[in-house]
Design a protein around this ligand. Structure first.
Ligand code: SAH
Length: 202
């Protein structure tokens, strides 16, 4: 899987090593385990999917900008795979998920893999999370139609928000927080489940 990521342009060795270390098959149902290292998204229940390895690697690479991350927030824990990868590239990882049943399963897996620097929370990423300010990076693992500007406010200066953005076609988008305002860079086309609001209790 890592060789294929390299061939597809991922070049940050810290990210590649983390992707190599975290067993993706551990995060999918047994029946799908044989496909866990293919470059495809797979169902994880509740109508959600684990993202393609290439997309996970690219968003980690863009968030890291080749320097160390102290505090990162992931919105959309899903099965917990990307949070586990992030645990190897950041000091403190916060990950929130709106669907409680997914979060429960992710929490167990992250504990089994001893990802002790990851804190997961049942919360809605479309509302405020002021207590986490200042963050070095935020990765949104669900596709938004409009840029959620309140998330940019949570970043430290020079921090990055990585988010799939677009109405009909989504693009992996990097938002760099500046002293005043922000800069937006559009990267490759991607396909994500929608960024929704509200929490789901079951
Ligand atoms: N990073 C995940 C990908 C999960 S798919 C992984 O490695 O598996 C995206 C997830 O985002 C879904 O589980 C969905 O429920 C969640 N999500 C969508 N909108 C959200 C929101 N506003 N707040 C929190 N989670 C959200």
């Amino acid at each position: 899987m890592v060789d294929r990521l390299r061939e597809n342009g991922v070049s940050d060795e810290v990210v590649l090593q983390a992707m190599n270390a975290i067993p993706r098959h551990f995060f999918v149902e047994e029946a799908l385990a044989s496909r866990a290292y293919d470059d495809v998204s797979l169902p994880i229940g509740s109508g959600q999917t684990i993202s393609r390895p290439l997309t996970v690697a690219r968003s980690c690479e863009l968030a890291r900008t080749r320097s160390s991350i102290r505090r990162i927030l992931e919105i959309g824990t899903g099965c917990g795979y990307q949070a586990a990868v992030l645990s190897l590239i950041a000091k403190e990882v916060y990950s929130i998920e709106r669907i409680s049943s997914l979060l429960g399963r992710a929490r167990v897996k992250l504990r089994k893999l001893k990802c002790h620097n990851v804190q997961v929370k049942h919360a809605d990423g479309s509302s405020g999370l002021e207590s986490l300010f200042p963050l070095d990076a935020i990765i949104v693992a669900a596709g938004a139609v409009e840029l959620p500007e309140h998330l940019i406010d949570l970043l430290a200066e020079d921090g990055r928000l990585i988010i799939p953005l677009g109405k009909d076609t989504q693009f992996l988008t990097e938002v760099k927080k500046l002293k005043v305002g922000y800069e937006l860079i559009q990267h490759e086309e991607v396909s994500f489940v929608p960024f929704l609001s509200g929490v789901v209790v079951k």
